[in-house]
Design a protein around this ligand. Structure first.
Ligand code: SF4
Ligand code: SF4
Length: 711
């Protein structure tokens, strides 16, 4: 950094303070005059940079005169506009009316838009003036013209550092006015602005800023998810802000990826502007975030879908960016990039090929899975903290351990470290999501792996139920297991589409989906075998048929369906029956030892809460009926998540598996899930000890406070 840059840097830092203070004055304006005058001062601060630009481009005596003239003309025009605005605002009110107005939250959208535009333009002009003064080229990524100019200004240190500083100072100055969510997110927004990778041209900075910025975004996502879990009703202004900021981060990550791949910062620049606008739009009207105008997000499928979609797109690109930056040797050339040239058919095929394999590569990549694991793992940890049942605590701990082992450590590190020369297909994780068919072409050497996989998983499933797969080993167990996603089980009952899959019976729709999926699995397995043994030659989108089917199921479809939870319900891979791994596990579990049992059918007959059914994330709403008639319930759809056990307000429900079976065989008392410290039912008629339980005699202790939804 030379002396000029140092001085300009100091000027930029100094300018950030009054700008942030003027933003605060704008928010705190108590009269229309104050509001307009503040805007006027903001505009003045920007206009002085016009003169600086004129002079800096061609320093001379005549350009100095031109600079003065340009600045003077702009300032005069602004003063004239201010007068017009003030006169109009006075004329629009009765003469006797007070000059005071309702407060900052009464600022119109137009006023806010003007304020944001002025701050943006002002920062842009300052940054451009400094770029010219330091003779920095403004053609970037091969882009010239106005797009290249604007992009190079926005991604420059002269724009992002002062802007990040202003955002931080404005947040501090307005702290007392901010609601809790804004206090949590706005400082991160400012930090992410400061961590723009393009600001400093060093590889270390690019890596560090991307890694730290990603941590910030993950923190925001976790905070947002947990906040909406704790607050089922949120202010409308907050709902809108959350969608916007998450969409801005999705755009930012997409822009970063493009910048890393082809050095074009246009989309990144656009995302920086969007993030800044979202920030100031929120900051200029903080009172709206405390408004009584609220909505229940569990009743707003569209809003929740928007939130999940924005988060997923952001995570997808974040995963790709982290892969490229942190593991360039592995992912440097892993993303497909067929040229979009030739006839329409070729272009369509190449575009489909690129999009499909991009999704598959990223969603199965090291950093995408690690980042998702960190994010969802925190939500599972929070769920674990509020879980009462010891059994479920253990299950949640196993979920986190399984994810860490089978989604990240084993596939990404263990096999390659242990067997660096192992041929593809032999490094298939025996357990985990990529288990069994599709994780490699069906060749004879693969049979042993397949056999071992199904032997181990199948045996465990017979002993402990489908939860071995869908409730522990599968990556989905972590994704669905956290607090917020658990709360999304409500969509299983409120969404018209999800309601079609409620209950343990196999609806026509469910049977059709499962039938097609299983038939496809058989077909692609045979095709793969014949192809691998040289009898036929077949591939789909350039891949072995079974590998393609696996990639489609778990690299694309699963995530697409995941974000549609508000429309298709929670655990939709199970309820809709399209996952072949889950279907196989369900079929094995159906003949196993796992079932749900109640201690007393009479209690269920008297129960009016049916909390067990309400808490079921798979939507098995018919379980109370089975408890009342048979005292137990078994369904191949049941994933053994165990929410129902914790939700039963009478502690009447428990999970029965091989442990109970062995105890019964040995003649040891069945523990009946006595790890749940709940108020018990008095199942005996008062005053007649020893008599058999009866429905009429059962006295039910009132449900515990807050029992619903706790597992
Ligand atoms: S149905 Fe399939 S994707 Fe869903 S939890 Fe079970 S194994 Fe995982
Ligand atoms: S909530 Fe408990 S008592 Fe009520 S039906 Fe379910 S298991 Fe029976």
């Amino acid at each position: 950094m030379n002396l000029t840059e140092l001085l300009l840097g100091l000027v930029a830092l100094v300018m950030a303070v009054p700008t942030a203070y003027l933003v605060r004055l704008t928010v705190e304006a108590r009269t229309r005059v104050q509001a307009w005058v503040t805007l006027f001062l903001l505009a003045m601060m920007g206009e002085m940079w016009v003169g600086a630009i004129v002079y800096a481009r061609t320093p001379s005596e005549s350009s100095a005169v031109g600079a003065l003239a340009a600045t003077g003309a702009l300032m005069a025009a602004t003063v004239a506009l201010l007068f017009v605005a003030l006169i109009r605002s006075r004329a629009s009110r009765p003469a006797s009316a007070s000059d005071r107005f309702a407060g900052p939250h009464a600022l119109s959208a137009w006023y806010r838009a003007l304020a944001v535009a002025i701050v943006l333009a002002s920062e842009g002009m300052m940054a451009y003036a400094f770029l010219v003064a330091t003779a920095t080229p403004t053609i970037v990524g091969g882009l010239g013209g106005s797009a290249g100019l604007v992009a190079s200004v926005v991604v420059s240190p002269w724009f992002v550092f002062p802007m990040g500083l202003e955002m931080g100072i404005a947040t501090a100055l307005l702290w007392s006015r901010l609601s809790a969510p804004l206090r949590a997110i706005l400082p991160v927004q400012a930090a992410i602005m400061l961590l723009t990778p393009t600001a400093i041209g060093s590889a270390a900075w690019v890596t560090a800023s991307i890694a730290l910025g990603s941590v910030g975004m993950i923190a925001v996502i976790v905070y947002v998810m947990e906040h909406i879990y704790r607050h089922r009703e949120i202010p409308s202004a907050l709902g809108t802000y959350l969608l916007r900021i998450l969409a801005a981060y999705a755009l930012m990550m997409a822009g970063l990826l493009l910048w890393l791949v082809d050095h074009t910062p246009v989309w990144l620049a656009a995302s920086i502007v969007v993030e800044m606008v979202v920030y100031f739009w929120a900051v200029l009207a903080p009172e709206g975030f405390r408004s009584d105008e609220r909505f229940a997000w569990q009743l707003r499928a569209d809003w929740t879908f928007g939130l999940l979609a924005a988060i997923f797109v952001g995570e997808l690109f974040m995963g790709a960016v982290l892969d490229l930056v942190l593991l360039p040797g592995v992912y440097g050339s892993a993303f497909p990039s067929l040229p979009l040239a030739g006839g329409a058919g070729t272009i369509l095929y190449d575009a489909l090929y690129n999009a499909f394999w991009f999704l598959v590569v990223v969603t199965g990549s090291t950093w995408f899975l690690a980042m998702m694991g960190a994010e969802m793992g925190v939500l599972v940890l929070l769920k674990l903290r509020e879980t009462v049942s010891k059994e479920n605590k253990v299950r949640l701990a196993l979920v986190m351990g399984s994810y860490a082992a089978f989604a990240t450590f084993f596939p990404s590190y263990y096999y390659s470290a242990l067997f660096p020369k192992a041929p593809a297909g032999t490094a298939v994780p025996v357990l985990g999501w990529s288990m069994g068919f599709g994780s490699a072409p069906v060749v004879p050497s693969f049979f042993l792996v397949i056999f071992l996989t199904y032997l181990i998983v199948g045996s465990l499933t017979i002993l402990f139920g489908r939860r071995v797969v869908c409730g522990v080993f599968c990556t989905a167990a972590l994704m669905y297991g956290g607090t917020t996603f658990d709360a999304m089980s409500s969509f299983n009952r409120t969404s018209p589409s999800a309601r079609k899959y409620l209950g343990s019976r196999f609806s026509n729709l469910y049977s059709a989906t499962t039938g097609v999926t299983m038939a496809a699995l058989v077909a692609v397995s045979f095709l793969s075998y014949f192809d691998a043994t040289g009898r036929i030659s077949v591939s789909v989108l350039g891949a072995d048929p079974s590998v393609f089917f696996f990639s489609l199921s778990f690299g694309v479809l699963w995530f697409l369906i995941f974000v549609t939870i508000p429309y298709t319900g929670n655990y939709n891979c199970v309820t809709m029956g399209w996952c072949y791994t889950g279907t196989i596990a369900g079929a094995i579990g159906r003949v196993g030892l796992f079932k749900l049992k109640v201690r007393d059918k009479g209690v269920c007959k008297s129960c009016t809460t049916l909390d067990c059914a309400k808490a079921c994330p798979v939507g098995l709403v018919d379980m109370p009926g089975h408890f009342r008639t048979k005292g137990e319930f078994r369904s191949s759809k049941c994933c053994g998540i165990g929410n129902c056990v914790g939700a039963c307000p009478y502690g009447n429900l428990y999970v029965s598996d091989v442990r109970h079976w062995v105890r019964r065989r040995l003649g040891v008392d069945d523990p009946k899930n006595d790890d749940v410290p709940l108020p018990m039912v008095h199942t005996r008629p008062r005053g007649s000890p020893g008599s058999a339980p009866s429905v009429h005699a059962a006295t039910i202790v009132p449900p515990r406070q807050g029992a619903v939804g706790r597992a």
